[in-house]
Design a protein around this ligand. Structure first.
Ligand SMILES: [Fe+2]
Length: 287
């Protein structure tokens, strides 16, 4: 079964959102949508999400699921906005509770912030499967970048979020709280154990030296042969050393502070104050 996949690239955050459609019908899932956020002004915008909604409406699609590969640290999720417009259930990994616990502390949230994942419609764990129309979607737990990362395998397509990137770029960082390069390496082996011809769709692309175009689709065979971090000839210990050393040089993503506060609430802003105004926090010297 080969789902129809439409990609939407967000220039501001290098994120790729996907609409995955049942080739035999109109059901679809939307994976990793983006709510635009301008940090300087504190303003949100729905331009990126509206493009996806327009695609759904133009093609008469039925949105069954709004799937998150993980709690993103570089962009805000538009899942609740899209849900309000075109429906669908919001799902994420069960280990969201670990992420909520960690960042509930970082952002000094009160008891009104539930750490049980109840903000989401569905929490998935390894081995779960859901239906999107006639398409079966199998869930792999692929932690390492974060504790709650999932890979969604739908027919011949695997949506790997931030685990693997394009073969010439490598893999995702593992230095956020709860991340682990060793865990990521093991998770990647699960993905590489899928059939060689499996299409892999990655959650970000930053180009790579010598490549002019953004790209987001590759295969298991290509990753095994050529991934610069975990492909042919690269062993686990070398990967861990490389990943940890490189991560120590990386700046935090520009939108990590707003992204975490919103995404750990399933894409909702924190509760407004008595005046109806919404505020995000900046924890000082915490990240
Ligand atoms: Fe991420």
């Amino acid at each position: 079964m080969k789902p129809d996949v439409t990609a939407f690239f967000d220039n501001a955050t290098n994120t790729i959102s996907f609409v995955v459609k049942d080739p035999a019908g109109t059901s679809c899932a939307i994976i990793d949508s983006v709510l635009d956020f301008d940090y300087s002004s504190g303003r949100t915008d729905t331009k990126s999400a509206d493009e996806i909604i327009a695609h759904v409406q133009k093609n008469g699609l039925k949105v069954e699921w709004l799937l998150e590969s993980h709690v993103h640290a570089d962009h805000l999720s538009a899942a609740p906005y899209i849900q309000e417009k075109v429906g669908g259930k919001i799902g994420i990994g069960k280990n969201i509770t670990v992420v909520q616990d960690t960042f509930g502390k970082v952002f000094n949230e009160g008891t009104e912030f539930q750490r049980d994942g109840s903000q989401f419609d569905e929490l998935f764990t390894e081995g779960d499967s859901i239906m999107i129309g006639q398409m079966r979607c199998d869930v792999l737990h692929t932690p390492g970048h974060t504790p709650a990362c999932l890979t969604y395998v739908i027919g011949d397509a695997a949506f790997v979020g931030d685990t693997l990137f394009m073969p010439d770029f490598g893999t995702a960082r593992c230095d956020f709280p709860g991340g682990s390069s060793e865990t990521l390496y093991n998770s990647i082996q699960k993905i590489l154990a899928l059939p060689d011809e499996t299409r892999i769709f990655v959650g970000h692309d930053y180009k790579a030296p010598g490549r002019d175009e953004y790209a987001w689709e590759t295969t298991v065979a290509e990753q095994k042969a050529a991934n610069v971090h975990v492909g042919e000839g690269k062993d686990k210990d070398a990967f861990i050393k490389m990943r940890d050393e490189r991560d120590a040089t990386l700046d935090m993503p520009k939108l990590i502070i707003p992204s975490l506060q919103v995404n750990m609430r399933a894409g909702q802003m924190p509760e407004p104050d008595e005046e109806g105004d919404v505020f995000l926090k900046v924890p000082v010297n915490k990240l």
